[in-house]
Design a protein around this ligand. Structure first.
Ligand SMILES: Nc1nc2c(ncn2[C@@H]2O[C@H](COP(=O)(O)OP(=O)(O)O)[C@@H](O)[C@H]2O)c(=O)[nH]1
Ligand SMILES: [Mg+2]
Length: 79
């Protein structure tokens, strides 16, 4: 059975979350690992989703409320 590592990343606006996700994903991919991202924000059509996808990354999103308020959707997107 494959083991999946899950990392929850949060922080203030401008803290470096998007940069960290992008760099970490590229790093893990360069090591031959499979990486998938789930983005979240209060709005819809998230900039992060589009920008990370444009870098060739696999991205799903939970939009419109936080992960804790939409936990079932987060679990669904991870699947
Ligand atoms: N000096 C410095 N700047 C960073 C670092 N990580 C991100 N930044 C810059 O901080 C700004 C906000 O980063 P961003 O990833 O968009 O933050 P987010 O709002 O948490 O997603 C951008 O201009 C980044 O280039 C870092 O480790 N050091
Ligand atoms: Mg960001």
């Amino acid at each position: 059975m494959k083991r999946i590592q899950f990392v929850m990343l949060g922080g203030f606006l401008g803290a470096g979350k998007t940069t960290t996700m992008s760099k970490l994903a590229a790093h893990y991919k360069s090591k031959g690992l499979n990486v998938a991202l789930v983005t979240n924000d209060q709005a819809v059509n998230l900039v992060d989703t589009n920008s990370l996808r444009s870098q060739g990354l696999t991205v799903e999103e939970v939009a419109g409320a936080c992960f804790c308020c939409k936990f079932d959707e987060l679990v669904d997107r991870i699947g």
